[in-house]
Structure formats: structure tokens, C-alpha cells
Design a protein around this ligand. Structure first.
Ligand SMILES: Cc1cc2nc3c(=O)[nH]c(=O)nc-3n(C[C@H](O)[C@H](O)[C@H](O)COP(=O)(O)OP(=O)(O)OC[C@H]3O[C@@H](n4cnc5c(N)ncnc54)[C@H](O)[C@@H]3O)c2cc1C
Ligand SMILES: *[C@@H]1O[C@H](CO)[C@@H](O)[C@H](O)[C@H]1NC(C)=O
Ligand SMILES: *[C@@H]1O[C@H](CO)[C@@H](O)[C@H](O)[C@H]1NC(C)=O
Ligand SMILES: *[C@@H]1O[C@H](CO)[C@@H](O)[C@H](O)[C@H]1NC(C)=O
Ligand SMILES: *[C@@H]1O[C@H](CO)[C@@H](O)[C@H](O)[C@H]1NC(C)=O
Ligand SMILES: *[C@@H]1O[C@H](CO)[C@@H](O)[C@H](O)[C@H]1NC(C)=O
Ligand SMILES: *[C@@H]1O[C@H](CO)[C@@H](O)[C@H](O)[C@H]1NC(C)=O
Length: 553
């Protein structure tokens, strides 16, 4: 049923209409595939001019502390994935929370006379246009960064830091380290914003222990889709709090966040060991995440073809291991690399080797393949940035990134690995393939994030770059087909996988992604963003343009 039939229905029965309308509009996937239906970077040209000139002047005349610009829309037209391209009408550079609230209220007030949608843009490191707003308003969240990051050390309470939603995690780390403190849960890469990762989950090698980043937030300040500024936490407006965490930007804009801190270590013992047997590898990973006081970080990756061990952008391990690794002989078999880290301070410098040796003695990796190094905590956490600098220098950073992130229930990880790593993938495809388990019984289940329904599941991340190969051809199409083969296999083998950083084209797929939680998600959307103005690039809901605002009915 489309909007036309719902409109006809409305004339007959207003009250029933209200209920049905909610279901219809909120379950509607944008019919306009203008937002980047094409896998190549291109500007859609087949669209009606979506907004009248008065929209420009009305936006322009808003009284703001920051400003709105119409001539720098190209900065918000694409993302890290570099496959989707769609310029907004305007970019808001907010100086204050009330700037964001004013713009939201203004757009709400314009109602059906405009097609304007709003997307918060963190660092624009999405992969499939999630932070774009076709002919809408993009809010440059980094403009909201405040120079002083406030740290509360707390005598009776856990320490925390209050930050802007547009703050980069790397800056938070630098600031908290000055006080000997640090956030507990991370992403592999720190040049991402708080609002961006909290809208997804924020998963890395610490998540087995502390849960994802959305598990380590005490309080949020949100501008809802209705323009209201709301403070929320586990105790206060908790429904909004948990909606927004992992909520794909659908319910409000995170303007401030209170992030949990713990003591920061000085140094990190960083270890890699190799396996040729997947069962042994995953058994050891699962063993390590089940142990209290074992390693502080547990990840792993797949090496399909040994030659790529040295080329992989994430393998900037230490200057020394390159030589060691190149001396390691394998017969071209698929290898699995377990990557673990143990944090330590000066006073533990002597005991750290003993401690890690004991932990390693419980594992069954190939003995000659131990690579270890000791690095400062900040260098360890910021490791991917070093690779970024190198790739940028070679022009290999701003290329298409057809990434695929999957969450796979433990009961099927062996089936998945057997087929995907041996039969579907034939090389590492110019990028790492991460794989590690987490125990989600330690995760808060009230957030909007969708996970498989087993306590233990694996994050498997295919992170290729589509670069021109030696014959000058770009392998993007090939990589996309490969992703599709992986997904098709999961479906055929009936593996209950969930996408992380999900991206879907159809309503059926989004509903199946959310499963039994779809109704709640849609109900919350209606409560906090009734016109579906926010984060259109996720393509879950379409803005209700032709109808009067729901809350007035
Ligand atoms: C090199 C690299 C490494 C990565 N590694 C990891 C990893 O280890 N673990 C992991 O979990 N993820 C990882 N990611 C994924 C990353 O967490 C997401 O892509 C994230 O969305 C990027 O943050 P951003 O600030 O650039 O957000 P954007 O791409 O700008 O935004 C993402 C979504 O959130 C919305 N949004 C942004 N800011 C706000 C806000 N303040 N309030 C409400 N909604 C908002 C946007 O509208 C959009 O829908 C990685 C990405 C890259 C590029
Ligand atoms: C993408 O768009 C370009 C330019 O409009 C077109 O030539 C190409 O065929 C499209 N590709 C796909 C896969 O739709
Ligand atoms: C909104 O978009 C629709 C098509 O997507 C178009 O028919 C309508 O005229 C647009 N409204 C405005 C005010 O631009
Ligand atoms: C997962 O965590 C729960 C709660 O801490 C624990 O009871 C369970 O044994 C853990 N499972 C594994 C396999 O480690
Ligand atoms: C590994 O890659 C090299 C170069 O790309 C190729 O020649 C070789 O056949 C590959 N080996 C396997 C086992 O796939
Ligand atoms: C790395 O190599 C350098 C020089 O060869 C050496 O001085 C240093 O101790 C090595 N570091 C590690 C961690 O092995
Ligand atoms: C380069 O990529 C194209 C397109 O995927 C492919 O057909 C071709 O075989 C590749 N060439 C080499 C040398 O890998």
C-alpha cells in the first residue's frame, strides 16, 4: 500500500488513519532511489528540483550563532566509502546546541512545503551514504566541538568526560591521558566522532570486556527530530537514551555525551601469533575472552595469501616484524593471526613478560610465529592512523571502500570460515579481514543495536580498498560481487548473520534486520522524529512530505 491509498483512507476515518498512517509511513522505505542507487560515484540528474527558492532565504534568515552555507555543499556530498554521492542543499555549521534546535524546528515548521531532511555528519566515515542528505541540510558536527573537554575525576563516582557529539575520539584520548585516564572501549580507528560511533556501536578488541562504546556512556544531550533539547541517561528519559545508542541517527542528534573513563596504562605489550587451523584459532580466541584478567584486547585477522601479510594496510605492526614475518614460510595456506594486547605500567614492566608468557602457554598457535612489541598506549590505540598517513601519501586512501561487516553467531562460525575463507575469497583483496568473538551477555540489551541472538558472536570485517590493479582496471565491481557471494552463502546456509553498520535497499531487508524489534524501532521513530527528517541516508524511513504533521492529528 502506498501513500495515495493511505490518503484515500484518511478521508473516511481520521482516527484509524492515524494509527495506520504511522505504520505505513514508518515502515516505508524511500521509493526514491536517488540517494545513491548507483555503485559508482555520480551526481543524480533525474530528480525534480526538490525545494523552492523561498527555502534558501528562509534558512538563510535564521538567527544563528554559527552559520548556514550553500556554497560548500561538496564537503558533505560523499563519505569514506567513496561510492555514494549526493550533495545537500545547505550545510549548517553550528556553534551551539540551540543552532541545531532552531534549524530542526524551522524545518518542522516548513512541514510539507519542503522536502528538507537533516543529517548529522560526524567525520563522514560512513561507507554507503549514511551521513548524506540529498538536497537537505547536513549538520557539520565537528563545528560544535568545544575547545575544553571537561573531565570529572570523581572520588565517590566513576570518572567520566563530557564531550561534544562532534568530538573526535583521538582528541578525547589526548585530553584524558593528561589526567591519567582513558575511555575503556574503542574503535580500531580514532579519527571518528563520538556521535558517529555511538549511532552504530563502536566495536574493537576491548568490547569483549567492556561492551561496545554504546555500553560506556552515562548521559547524552539530544536534539530530537522535533527540535527539543533533551538530556537523557539510564535514569532520565531512558527510552530516548537507549533509542539513540546504536540508533543509526534516527531519533535525534547527539550534541553532548558523558563517556565513562578508567585508569590509562602507560604501555601496551602487543602480540601476534599465527594458526593454520581455524578451529584451534577460534577456540583460543573464545578461551581468552572468557578469562578474567587475561588480555585487555583480543582481535584477529585472516591471511588468505601470505604475500598480502606485508601489504595489508593494517599490518603496520612494528618496524621489526616485517623482517620476521617475511622469514616465516608457509605453503600458501590460509592463516589466522590472533592479535592480543596487555596493558601495563612502569612498575609492572618486569612482570609483564612472565604474565603474558603464562597466558600464551595456554594457547596452541604455531610456535615459531610469535611477534611481539611494546608500544606506548596512545600509539597502540592510534595504530590505524599511521597506516592512513602512508596510504594517503600514495593516493590510496580516498578510493572506494566496499566494506562488509558481519556479526556471526558462534554456532556457525566454523561453517562460515570454511566456506568464505577457503572457497569464496581467493586473496585478501587489498585489505584486512578481521575476525574476533565477543560475549554479549556483558552488553546492554536495551540499546537499538541489533546483534545475533547467541551470547557469543564474531565480528567479521572485510575491509578492502578498490584500487586500480596492474592492468589499470578498478576492482570495485569484483569486490562488490564477492561481498554478495558471502551474503548469499549465509542466506543459503541459513546462518543468522546480522550486518554491522547495516545497509539495505528494501523494506523487507530492514524489517528482517530488526526482526521482532522492528515495531519498537518504528514506534520510537514516530515518537522522536515524527516527520522522519533525520538521517535519510540510512534509508530506513522516508520523510512524510505530503501530509500534515502527525502530532497535530
Ligand atoms: C578506517 C575506519 C575504521 C573503522 N573502524 C571501526 C571499528 O574498529 N569499530 C567500529 O565500530 N567502527 C569502525 N568504523 C566505522 C565507524 O564507526 C562508522 O563508520 C562511523 O559512523 C563513523 O563515524 P563518523 O563520525 O565519521 O560518522 P558519520 O559517517 O559522519 O555518521 C554516521 C551516521 O551517524 C549519524 N551521525 C553522525 N553524527 C551524529 C550525531 N552527533 N548524532 C546523531 N547521529 C549522528 C550520521 O547521520 C550517519 O547516519 C571504522 C570506519 C573507518 C573509516
Ligand atoms: C551508474 O551511473 C552511470 C552514470 O549515470 C551509468 O553509466 C552506469 O550504467 C550506472 N551503473 C549502474 C550499475 O547502475
Ligand atoms: C518534494 O518532492 C516530490 C517528489 O519527490 C515533489 O513532487 C514535490 O514537488 C517536492 N516538494 C517540494 C516542496 O519541493
Ligand atoms: C559469557 O559471559 C557470561 C556472563 O559473564 C558468562 O556466564 C558466560 O560463561 C560467558 N561465556 C563464555 C563462553 O565465555
Ligand atoms: C598469492 O598471491 C600471489 C600474487 O598475487 C599469487 O601469484 C599466488 O598464486 C597466490 N597464492 C595463493 C595460494 O592464492
Ligand atoms: C627493533 O629493531 C631495532 C634495530 O634493529 C632494535 O634496536 C629494537 O630493539 C627492536 N625492537 C623490538 C621491539 O624488537
Ligand atoms: C584487473 O581487474 C579487472 C576487473 O576486475 C580484471 O578483469 C583483470 O583481470 C584484473 N587484472 C589483473 C592483472 O589482476
Amino acid at each position: 500500500m502506498g501513500l495515495a491509498s493511505s490518503l484515500r483512507f484518511r478521508r473516511r476515518n481520521n482516527k484509524t488513519f492515524l494509527r495506520i498512517f504511522m505504520i505505513l509511513v514508518l515502515s516505508c522505505i524511500p521509493g526514491r532511489t536517488n540517494l545513491c542507487s548507483n555503485h559508482s560515484v555520480s551526481t543524480p540528474t533525474d530528480l525534480p528540483p526538490s525545494n523552492h527558492p523561498h527555502i534558501y532565504s528562509s534558512l538563510d534568515s535564521l538567527d544563528l550563532e554559527g552559520y548556514i552555507s550553500f556554497n560548500d555543499v561538496h564537503i558533505a556530498a560523499k563519505d569514506f566509502g567513496n561510492r555514494y554521492h549526493s550533495p545537500p542543499l545547505a550545510v549548517l555549521h553550528p556553534r551551539s546546541v540551540s543552532d541545531i534546535s532552531s534549524v530542526m524546528k524551522h524545518i518542522l515548521h516548513l512541514g510539507s512545503t519542503s522536502n528538507l531532511t537533516v543529517a548529522a555528519r560526524g567525520h563522514g566515515h560512513s561507507l554507503q551514504g549514511q551521513a548524506l542528505a540529498h538536497q537537505g541540510v547536513v549538520i557539520s558536527m565537528e563545528s560544535l566541538r568545544s575547545p575544553d573537554i571537561k573531565i570529572y575525576k570523581g572520588k565517590h563516582q566513576q570518572p567520566y568526560v563530557d564531550v561534544s557529539g562532534g568530538e573526535l575520539w583521538i582528541n578525547i584520548l589526548r585530553e584524558t591521558l593528561k589526567h591519567g585516564l582513558s575511555p575503556k572501549s574503542w574503535t580500531d580507528y580514532l579519527h571518528l566522532t563520538v556521535g558517529g560511533t555511538l549511532s552504530n556501536a563502536g566495536i574493537s578488541g576491548q568490547a569483549f570486556k567492556y561492551g561496545p562504546q554504546i555500553n560506556n556512556v552515562y548521559q547524552l544531550e539530544i536534539v530530537t527530530g522535533k527540535g527539543e533539547v533533551v538530556t537523557c541517561s539510564e535514569k532520565q528519559n531512558s527510552e530516548l537514551f537507549y533509542s539513540v545508542l546504536g540508533g543509526l541517527g534516527q531519533f535525534g542528534i547527539i550534541t553532548r555525551a558523558r563517556i565513562a573513563l578508567g585508569p590509562a596504562p602507560l604501555m601496551v605489550k602487543w602480540i601476534r601469533v599465527l594458526y593454520s587451523d581455524f578451529s584451534a584459532f577460534s577456540r583460543d580466541q573464545e578461551h581468552l575472552i572468557s578469562k578474567e584478567n587475561a588480555f585487555d584486547y583480543v582481535e584477529g585477522f585472516v591471511i588468505i595469501n601470505r604475500t598480502n601479510l606485508l601489504n595489508s594496510w593494517r599490518s603496520s605492526f612494528s618496524p621489526n616484524d616485517t623482517t620476521e614475518a617475511s622469514q616465516f614460510k608457509s605453503d600458501g595456506k590460509t592463516l589466522y593471526c590472533l592479535e592480543v594486547a596487555k596493558y601495563f605500567n612502569q612498575e609492572e614492566a618486569n612482570s609483564i613478560n612472565q604474565e603474558t608468557e603464562k597466558l600464551l602457554s595456554e594457547l596452541s598457535y604455531i610456535p615459531s610465529t610469535l611477534f611481539s612489541s611494546e608500544v606506548p598506549y596512545i600509539d597502540f590505540l592510534d595504530r590505524v592512523h599511521i597506516a592512513e598517513i602512508k596510504l594517503r601519501a600514495k593516493g590510496l586512501w580516498e578510493v572506494p571502500h566496499p566494506w562488509l561487516n558481519l556479526l556471526i553467531p558462534k554456532s556457525r562460525i566454523f561453517d562460515f570460515a570454511t566456506e568464505v575463507f577457503n572457497n569464496i575469497l581467493t586473496s585478501n583483496n587489498n585489505g584486512p579481514i578481521l575476525i574476533y568473538p565477543v560475549n554479549q551477555s556483558k552488553w546492554n540489551k536495551r540499546t537499538s543495536m541489533i546483534t545475533p541472538n547467541e551470547d557469543i558472536f564474531y565480528l567479521v570485517a572485510f575491509l578492502p580498498s578498490a584500487v586500480p590493479n596492474s592492468s589499470g582496471k578498478n576492482d570495485l565491481e569484483y569486490l562488490l560481487k564477492q561481498n554478495q557471494r558471502v551474503l548469499s552463502f549465509c542466506e543459503a546456509a541459513n546462518i543468522n548473520v546480522k550486518q554491522y553498520l547495516p545497509h539495505y535497499e528494501t523494506q523487507k531487508e530492514w524489517r528482517s534486520h530488526f526482526g521482532s524489534r522492528w515495531e519498537t524501532f518504528a514506534k520510537r521513530k514516530h515518537a522522536y522524529d515524527p516527520l522522519a527528517i533525520l538521517a535519510p541516508g540510512q534509508r530506513i524511513f522516508q520523510k512524510a512530505t505530503h501530509l500534515s504533521p502527525i502530532q497535530l492529528l
